[in-house]
Design a protein around this ligand. Structure first.
Ligand SMILES: NC(=O)c1ccc[n+]([C@@H]2O[C@H](COP(=O)([O-])OP(=O)(O)OC[C@H]3O[C@@H](n4cnc5c(N)ncnc54)[C@H](OP(=O)(O)O)[C@@H]3O)[C@@H](O)[C@H]2O)c1
Length: 247
């Protein structure tokens, strides 16, 4: 029986670690073709090699999601190599949080550029193709912080709220084209994300909180759940946390 994943061409940004890497592995194991983007090209090339050695189909291309032309080049490479894109997973993100009063403007800019503009560029890179085919699935990664805000995380939280708002607007707009949209909002998952925090006291606090973090395949299984539904079922939003997480 088909799992509605086998044979799909799935583009994943931020595939060099954490959630993106785990998702690439699980989708490849289920028969998807994966196209991997991230800045650390040696990591995604090694992952693509490994997946190909295991019998999968995989391609890696160095991609900085803050550059729209590079995101378009990633989508174009997928089309050239595999003929279509069934799923775009806009996963790349970072979390250099700190209280607003510290005025870490460069960190604010990076979060806005990667977490919001990177997602928009990912949508732009695949939407014309999916509209033309009247088929496709766009998965955008938000966060519990896209549902709630607390002191010290305002900018990150704002970017993740923006991802949810953009995705819901997109959902309504793409109805005529049978395109599915899914927002996935994880709680604490053990990845390299806390390493992106530039303020050492904030990083120490987040790392202490992440003691309860769950493995990245929790996210990958949520992706599989959304993708594997029949085409007329659109899983619009998934919010999950470690069982122990209160926030
Ligand atoms: N882990 C959690 O607890 C958690 C919870 C909620 C939401 N999230 C979200 O999940 C997503 C994935 O994060 P993660 O937890 O897997 O963290 P991670 O291990 O740090 O992975 C982040 C990924 O984003 C990529 N990235 C960062 N800046 C990029 C850029 N400019 N261009 C392209 N790729 C870029 C990184 O690749 P390169 O550095 O190689 O470019 C890396 O592959 C993020 O959107 C994050 O906000 C995570």
């Amino acid at each position: 029986m088909s799992n509605n994943i086998e044979g799909k061409v799935v583009v994943i940004t931020g595939a060099s670690s954490g959630l993106g890497e785990a998702t690439a592995r699980l989708l490849s194991a289920q028969g998807a073709t994966v196209v991997l983007g991230a800045r650390r090209v040696e990591r995604i090339e090694a992952l693509a090699d490994e997946l190909r050695r295991g019998g999968g189909r995989a391609l890696a291309l160095q991609t900085d999601v803050t550059r729209s032309a590079e995101v378009q080049a990633l989508a174009d490479a997928a089309l050239r190599e595999f003929g279509r894109i069934d799923v775009m997973i806009n996963n790349a993100g970072l979390m250099p949080s700190s209280p607003l009063e510290r005025l870490k403007i460069a960190d604010w800019d990076r979060m806005i550029d990667v977490n919001i503009k990177g997602v928009l560029y990912g949508i732009a890179a695949v939407l014309p193709h999916m509209k033309e085919r009247k088929s496709g699935h766009i998965v955008n990664v938000s966060s519990v912080a896209g549902h709630r805000v607390r002191a010290g995380t305002a900018v990150y939280s704002a970017t993740k709220h923006a991802v949810r708002v953009l995705t819901e607007g997109l959902r309504q707009e793409v109805k005529p084209y049978d395109i599915r949209t899914t927002i996935i909002s994880p709680g604490a998952v053990a990845t390299e994300l806390p390493d992106s925090i530039t303020e050492s006291d904030v990083q120490a606090g987040v790392k202490a909180f992440y003691q309860i973090a769950i493995p990245a395949d929790s996210f990958a299984r949520a992706v599989v759940y959304a993708l594997s539904q029949p085409d007329d079922v659109d899983i619009n939003e998934i919010l999950f946390r470690p069982t122990k997480q209160e926030y």
